[in-house]
Design a protein around this ligand. Structure first.
Ligand SMILES: O=C(O)CCC(=O)C(=O)O
Ligand SMILES: [Fe+2]
Length: 344
């Protein structure tokens, strides 16, 4: 099955015999930093219902209600069309709009508040989403729990105790992002050079879960200049490594550039909906480029980033001190650096 997909499919089925998650994801996170995750525990009806709520918001919520919910300092709420430009070398802003949600259940007034120092900010909700607050809060908690499993896999993959990363992730900076790419015509060479649905970028955090509805367009740069389609795969979430985890793993795990291209065929011209869950380290998490043991190095064959490539990538992403920093400092460094890797 895995050989017919561009990235491997990894199952979270608990009754499966065989190795734990760590050894099974090592190859994927070292080579592309992307894999499909199946049997993850979120049901299709739960995903469908979030996509319905997202469509209701983007297609029917009045503009006046959307803009009331913008909260840039807390990185929550609505971002409008072309407001974001993920690739600073791209001519115009991205052809998308989005809504960022913090961990609703973990705030002081939520159903399971986090310890005070790790509580996410409170969230402004427009009427169409406020109506579904408890199911959205539950969806966010399920994503968080999948991320904890993935984080445990990351630790096991490099021979660390399972909780090594989990203990620095209380969901404080995590965000669930509803994304809408409006309908667009099939692109021409001219339109593709002017705009894009989501410009080339790498994600900032530890890992991202991505739910794609039915319209394709997501691509990953597996080698410099070589873009591979990652189409929606029934029953699967796309999981990818983010910059914080690339840093933490001393460049062993790859935080790879990806993008969403304009429609190439008629079937991609409709609205495209996706949902991303960005898992971030805590503000006070200590990130340090961890030593990678000889036995892990051997398992990874020739796929290790050497020290000078690691340091170059860190600096390009705004990280001046490659020995260590906090989760909060990493996020700030990443937010203030416009990053586009040099092509070799
Ligand atoms: O919408 C997608 O499929 C990808 C979105 C993405 O990569 C992001 O928001 O970081
Ligand atoms: Fe992304």
């Amino acid at each position: 099955m895995a050989s017919t997909t561009p990235i491997s499919i990894i199952s979270l089925r608990t009754d499966q015999d065989g190795p734990a998650l760590g050894p099974r994801i090592l190859d994927a996170v070292v080579k592309t930093g992307f894999f499909y995750l199946s049997d993850h525990g979120i049901t299709q009806p739960e995903i469908d219902s979030l996509f319905r709520q997202s469509a209701q918001f983007f297609l029917h919520e009045p503009e006046s209600e959307r803009v009331k919910c913008q909260d840039r300092p807390n990185n929550t709420g609505y971002t409008s069309m072309r407001q974001e430009r993920l690739d600073p070398t791209q001519a115009g802003g991205d052809l998308k709009e989005s809504f960022y949600l913090a961990g609703l259940a973990r705030t002081a007034s939520g159903s399971s508040p986090a310890p005070p120092q790790y509580q996410p900010p409170s969230q402004l909700l427009p009427p169409s989403l406020a109506e579904h607050e408890s199911s959205i809060a539950a969806f966010i908690e399920k994503c968080k729990s999948i991320c904890d499993t993935v984080l445990a896999g990351f630790a096991e993959a490099i021979d660390l105790p399972s909780r090594y990363f989990v203990d620095s992730h209380h969901g404080q900076h995590d965000r669930l992002r509803l994304i809408h790419y409006p309908p667009a015509p099939v692109s021409t060479a001219a339109s593709a050079s002017m705009s894009i649905r989501a410009g080339s970028h790498s994600d900032y955090g530890s890992c991202t879960l991505l739910f794609q509805k039915d319209v394709g367009g997501l691509q990953v740069e597996t080698q410099p200049g070589r873009w591979v389609d990652i189409p929606p795969q029934p029953g699967c979430i796309v999981v990818n490594v983010g910059d914080a985890m690339e840093f933490w793993s001393a460049g062993l795990f790859r935080s790879t550039q990806h993008r969403v291209v304009l429609p190439r065929v008629e079937s991609e011209t409709a609205s495209r909906f996706s949902v991303a869950y960005f898992c971030q380290p805590d503000e006070d998490a200590r990130l340090e480029a961890l030593p990678i043991s000889q036995s892990v190095r051997e398992k990874c064959g020739g796929n290790l980033m050497d020290r000078s490539e690691f340091e170059t990538r860190c600096r390009a992403k705004g990280v001046a001190d490659v020995t260590g920093l906090t989760g909060g400092q990493h996020l700030q460094a990443r937010l203030s650096a416009g990053y586009r890797p040099t092509r070799s």
